[in-house]
Design a binder for this molecule. Sequence first.
Ligand SMILES: [Zn+2]
Length: 59
Amino acid sequence: MSERAAPFHCPYCGDEDLRPNEQGHGAWECAACSRAFQLKFLGLLAPATSSNATGGEQT
Ligand SMILES: [Zn+2]
């Protein structure tokens, strides 16, 4: 039903005292360090390719 991803630890201080923030979906705030952050789903990872193995890097 919901697509909420609940973080278990604050990414900044590692505390577990997280609570939803009213900023919007995926927004959380840490009561320990008073930081607010937002989780964002970027998309599924593409299968690993060997494009980074050889040269040819564009500048
Ligand atoms: Zn924190």
